[in-house]
Design a protein around this ligand. Structure first.
Ligand code: MN
Length: 731
C-alpha cells in the first residue's frame, strides 16, 4: 500500500536500539535489553502465522511505542506484552524481574486482549471503547495495545480473509476512535487506512490512484504556495516551517463515499501546514495567508481558543489560489504540532526529551530543543495522570461495563448487580433469573458488578423474580419491572394473598362483617380510590401496593362509624408488623415492651414453634404451637385476635446465616438444581461452591439466609429431594 510501504513490517532489536539512541535523554537501556532477552527466551521458537520468529512481533510493537516517545517501562511492557498470555511465564516473575509497574502494564494489556469483541453489533462499539478505557488503570496500557493492534495490521496479509475483515472492523469501530480520542493521529490514520484497505480494497485503490496521479502536480502546487507564504513572512515572523500534506485515504474515503462528495469537492485533500514558534505568530501567519489568498467563507476554524476534546489545537482555514484551486491551511505552534501527532503520548515524549525520530529535517530538530523547555515547563503544572483521568472521565463516567457470555457489552451504573444485568438483557431473563455466574463462578445475587466481568445469568423455566430483589438491585428499571411483575403476572395469587392478609388483620382488630356489609363497606370506602373492584383492591394488598398497617386505622374508624358497633375493647397490638426487641428471648409480632410469661401447660423451649396469647392484664403467655390449649384452627376459634405470632429471638434476625453441605452424585446440572431449589424457596444465597470428590461424588457448599431452625429444617429436607443427594448437613 502506497502510503505505508516505507514502514518495515518487522523491526528487530537493533532497530529499537537505533530509535532509542536518538532520544535526547537516556532510556534505561539495561532494563530494556533485559526485557528483550527475557521475551526472546520465553517465546523460544514460537512463530507467527507467517513463519517469522515470534519475538519480532513484540520487538516491532516496542519500536512503535518507542517512536511515540513512551518511557522505559512502556517499552519493556511492549516487549513482554505477549509473554504472560502465550508462554509459561507468570506475572509474579515479571514483577520480580521488572518491577510492579511493568507487571501492571502487562497485566492490563493481557486483560484487554482477552476481551472478545462482537463486531457484529455496531451499537456495542461505543460501550467497548468506554470499557477499554475504564479497564486500563494506566493509559500506557492502551497505548501499548494500540501499538500491538497496529503491528498486527501491518502483518495481516498472511491471515485468512475473514480474520482480516473482523480485525479491520474492530479497528474502525473501537481502536481507531480510541487513538483519535487520545490524540494519537499517527496510529489512528495508519490503523484506519490499513483497515479500509481490507474492508473495501476497490474503493481504497481508487482513492490511492487518484492521489498518486496528482502527486507531481501537487508537489509543484505546494511548493508554489510555500514560496508565497515564506516571501510575505520572512521579515516579520521568525522560523516559519511549512510542509504539504495529503489527507489520509480513510478520511478522503469517508468524504467521497459516505458524504457523497467528489474528490474535487474535498477542499483539504491537499493541505499546507504552517508551524511557528509562538501563539501570536499563528494569528500573524493567518493574517498573511488571508492577505495572499482568498478565504472561503465559513471555513475558518479556531481550534486554538477552542481545542478539540482530544487536545488538538490549530487554526484551520480554506483559501483559493490564483487559479481558484481550494486548499486548506493549518497553522499551529510546535507544541500544538506534537500534541496533534502524538496526543497524550506527547507528554511522555517530552518528559524524555525525545525528538521526532528519523526526521532529517534540521529545522525540525532545532525547534525541538526550543519547544522542549516550554513543554517541560507546562508539564510540571500538568500531571499526565490528571489528563488520563479526564479522558477516562468523559469517556467512561462512573459506569461499569459488563459482558454477556456472548460478548455483548452492557453499560450499567456503578453498584449494579447481576439482577440489573438480567433485566437489561431482557425482562424475561430478569423474571426467570435464579442466580448468576461471574467469570464462570457462581456469585451471590447482590454481587457488585465490575468493569470487564463476564456475567452469565442462570435462569429457570418459570418466571419468579424475588420480591427482595427490589431492595438489592440498583437500576430503577429493574426495580419497576419486578414490581410490575408482582402487580400483573401474579394477580390471582395477589388477590388470594391480599384477601387473606386483610381478613387476618380484621380479626386481629375485632372487625367482623357479613358478606353484604363487607361489600357495602368497601363500596363506600376504598372504591373511591383507583380500585374498581374488590379484586383490584386485594391484589394491591397482595403485591404490596397498599400497606395494610397504613390503612388499618382508617378502616377501623370507618367501620366504627358505619356500623356504630361496639367492638370489644381488646388489648390489640397495633397493626404494623414490626419485629421489635426481644422480650425474655421471645419476640412478639407487632409489639414490644409487653410482659411475657411461659405457660406451664407446655413449657415451650427455644426452637419450638410458639404462639402467644394476649391475657387480660398479664401480658402475653407463650405456648407451644402444638399445646392442647392452643386451638388447632386459629382463624376459626373464639377470640382469634388474641392469638399473636411469636418468634424465638435467635430465630428472627434479618440474616440468620447458615452454611449447608450437600453431598450428591456428581453430575452436570447439580449446582443449577441446588440454585433453583433455593431460589424457589426464596432463599437468599451468599455463596455457592462445588467441588468434586474422588469417589464420583460432589460436595456443594451453600451459605444462605434462613429465618430460624424450622426454616432451616425445611430447607434441608427440600434439598434432600434433589436427584442423587446423599446427605445434606449444616456445617
Ligand atoms: Mn501482540
Amino acid at each position: 500500500m502506497g502510503k505505508y510501504t516505507n514502514v518495515a513490517h518487522y523491526q528487530d532489536f537493533s532497530e529499537l536500539q537505533k530509535i532509542l539512541s536518538v532520544a535526547a535523554e537516556p532510556y534505561d537501556l539495561e532494563k530494556i535489553t533485559k526485557a528483550y532477552k527475557f521475551a526472546e527466551k520465553s517465546h523460544g521458537d514460537q512463530r507467527r502465522v507467517s513463519g517469522i520468529p515470534y519475538i519480532l512481533h513484540p520487538t516491532s510493537v516496542a519500536c512503535i511505542v518507542a517512536e511515540l516517545g513512551m518511557d522505559t517501562d512502556s517499552i519493556c511492557g511492549a516487549l513482554l506484552h505477549d509473554v504472560v498470555e502465550d508462554t509459561v511465564v507468570s506475572l509474579d516473575e515479571i514483577k520480580k524481574m521488572f518491577g510492579p509497574d511493568v507487571a501492571k502494564l502487562i497485566d492490563g494489556v493481557t486483560k484487554i486482549s482477552k476481551i472478545s469483541y462482537s463486531s457484529r453489533e455496531m451499537q456495542q462499539a461505543e460501550n467497548i471503547r468506554k470499557m477499554l478505557i475504564a479497564m486500563a488503570d494506566d493509559i500506557r496500557v492502551i497505548i501499548i495495545k494500540l501499538a500491538d493492534r497496529l503491528h498486527n495490521m501491518r502483518t495481516m496479509d498472511c491471515m485468512p480473509e475473514q480474520k482480516r475483515r473482523d480485525k479491520s472492523l474492530e479497528n474502525m469501530q473501537v481502536f481507531a476512535p480510541i487513538a483519535h480520542r487520545l490524540g494519537i493521529k499517527t496510529i489512528k490514520d495508519e490503523l484506519e487506512d490499513r483497515s479500509l484497505q481490507y474492508l473495501d480494497p476497490v474503493g481504497y485503490k481508487e482513492i490511492e490512484d487518484t492521489i498518486q496521479l496528482t502527486e507531481e502536480g501537487r508537489d509543484k502546487f505546494i511548493d508554489d504556495i510555500k514560496r508565497q507564504i515564506i516571501e510575505k513572512t520572512e521579515e516579520t515572523i521568525p522560523n516559519v516551517y511549512i510542509s504539504g500534506r495529503v489527507k489520509s485515504v480513510n478520511s478522503i474515503y469517508r468524504k467521497t463515499y459516505m458524504q457523497g462528495k467528489t474528490m474535487d469537492q474535498i477542499f483539504d485533500i491537499f493541505a499546507v501546514r504552517v508551524i511557528v514558534d509562538s501563539l501570536s505568530d499563528c494569528y500573524n501567519v493567518l493574517g498573511v495567508v488571508h492577505d495572499i489568498f482568498k478565504p472561503i467563507p465559513n471555513r475558518f476554524k479556531d481550534y486554538i481558543s477552542m481545542p478539540k476534546p482530544n487536545m488538538y489545537q490549530s487554526l484551520h482555514t480554506t483559501v483559493l489560489d490564483k487559479n481558484a484551486i481550494p486548499f486548506e491551511v493549518q497553522i499551529r505552534t510546535w507544541e500544538m504540532h506534537y500534541t496533534a501527532e502524538y496526543g497524550i503520548a506527547a507528554h511522555w515524549k517530552y518528559k524524555l526529551g525525545m525528538g521526532p525520530e528519523g526526521n532529517n529535517d534540521d529545522k525540525l530538530t532545532d525547534n525541538i530543543q526550543k519547544v522542549k523547555k516550554m513543554i517541560l515547563d507546562q508539564l510540571e503544572a500538568e500531571d499526565v495522570t490528571d489528563i488520563a483521568k479526564n479522558i477516562r472521565n468523559d469517556f467512561a463516567e462512573n459506569d461499569v461495563y459488563v459482558f454477556s457470555p456472548k460478548g455483548d457489552v452492557f453499560n450499567l451504573p456503578q453498584g449494579s448487580t447481576p439482577i440489573d444485568m438480567a433485566y437489561i438483557i431482557h425482562t424475561q431473563v430478569g423474571h426467570r433469573m435464579v442466580g448468576a455466574k461471574i467469570n464462570g463462578k457462581i456469585v451471590s445475587i447482590d454481587y457488585k458488578l465490575k468493569t470487564g466481568d463476564i456475567c452469565e445469568i442462570i435462569t429457570q423455566k418459570e418466571e419468579h423474580p424475588n420480591k427482595s430483589w427490589i431492595d438489592i438491585c440498583k437500576t430503577a428499571s429493574a426495580k419497576s419491572k419486578i414490581r410490575q411483575w408482582y402487580k400483573h403476572e401474579k394477580r390471582d395469587e395477589n388477590i388470594i394473598e391480599g384477601k387473606q392478609l386483610l381478613e387476618k388483620e380484621f380479626k386481629r382488630h375485632g372487625i367482623s362483617l357479613t358478606e353484604e356489609e363487607y361489600a357495602d363497606f368497601f363500596q363506600k370506602l376504598m372504591i373511591k380510590k383507583q380500585y374498581n373492584t374488590m379484586d383490584d383492591f386485594y391484589a394491591a394488598i397482595g403485591y404490596g401496593g397498599i400497606q395494610l398497617w397504613k390503612i388499618m386505622p382508617r378502616l377501623k374508624e370507618e367501620y366504627q362509624k358505619t356500623f356504630a358497633s361496639n367492638i370489644e375493647e381488646l388489648d390489640v397490638p397495633q397493626a404494623p408488623v414490626k419485629r421489635k426487641k426481644a422480650n425474655a428471648g421471645v419476640v412478639i409480632e407487632g409489639t414490644d415492651d409487653v410482659l411475657v410469661k411461659f405457660s406451664k401447660c407446655c413449657n415451650p423451649l427455644p426452637g419450638d414453634d410458639i404462639i402467644g396469647y394476649i391475657t387480660r392484664g398479664y401480658g402475653v403467655s407463650i405456648h407451644n404451637r402444638h399445646c392442647t390449649n392452643v386451638p388447632k384452627d386459629l382463624s376459626n376459634c373464639e377470640q382469634p385476635e388474641r392469638w399473636v405470632s411469636c418468634y424465638w429471638e435467635d430465630e428472627i434476625g434479618e440474616a440468620f446465616r447458615s452454611t449447608l453441605q450437600i453431598t450428591a452424585t456428581d453430575r452436570t446440572g447439580l449446582l443449577a438444581d441446588v440454585t433453583i431449589k433455593l431460589s424457589n424457596m426464596h432463599i437468599f444465597i451468599h455463596s455457592l461452591n462445588s467441588r468434586e470428590l474422588d469417589d464420583g461424588k460432589a460436595v456443594v457448599t451453600a451459605t444462605i439466609d434462613v429465618m430460624g431452625r424450622n426454616h432451616l429444617r425445611g430447607v434441608i429436607s427440600k434439598l434432600s429431594d434433589i436427584n442423587g443427594t446423599v446427605e445434606v448437613k449444616r456445617i
